[in-house]
Ligand binder design. Structure first.
Ligand code: ZN
Length: 169
């Protein structure tokens, strides 16, 4: 496994649409292993392949609703993910490893069901609520070349961020 460089806003690869994964081979498995390691090392909750410079429809999400499990087991790999059901609404703060230091207020569904394939190509469905639903939506957006800053109703000011830090948030 190896850490990969996280591409940052301004890199045109983040604005491109990723292609479907068709080969569930060793190359994909190495990509996923590297994405898991890179995500943990960056202390994030989700990572999409284009963020490490690979335009393929693969994401890794940490299911924070399963905090009792070891972190390795909280990680969900989703290949060719598609949101097949969504309901409710949540409005809250969102950030991105590719847009460091920037946070915005984004409205997302409160609950989603995602259909995807695992690293062997088997189809499965997974449910997400709260932060995990937000994360699925955010990472799938990356596969279509969208950043959260496009969706944010507003970006938090420096003063607001400093106030949060002082409150230990
Ligand atoms: Zn992101």
């Amino acid at each position: 496994m190896a850490l990969r460089n996280i591409r940052e806003e301004g890199d045109s690869i983040l604005l491109k649409k990723s292609r479907q994964v068709t080969d569930f081979n060793k190359r994909l498995h190495t990509l996923l292993d590297d994405m898991r390691e890179t995500l943990l090392s960056a202390d994030g909750v989700g990572l999409a392949a284009p963020q490490v410079g690979v335009l393929r429809r693969a994401i890794v999400v940490i299911d924070t609703n399963k905090e009792e499990l070891p972190v390795e087991e909280q990680m969900i790999e989703l290949i060719n993910p598609e949101i097949i059901e969504s309901d409710g609404e949540q409005t809250g703060q969102e950030g991105c490893l590719s847009v460091p230091g920037v946070y915005g207020i984004v409205t997302r569904p409160e609950h989603v069901i995602v259909r995807a394939q695992d690293r062997l190509g088997n189809f499965f469905e997974v449910e997400g609520t709260g932060l995990t639903a937000r994360c699925f939506c955010h990472e799938i957006d990356h596969l279509d070349g969208h950043l959260f800053t496009e969706r944010a109703e507003r970006i938090l000011t420096q003063e607001e961020l400093e106030a949060q830090q002082e409150n230990g948030q």
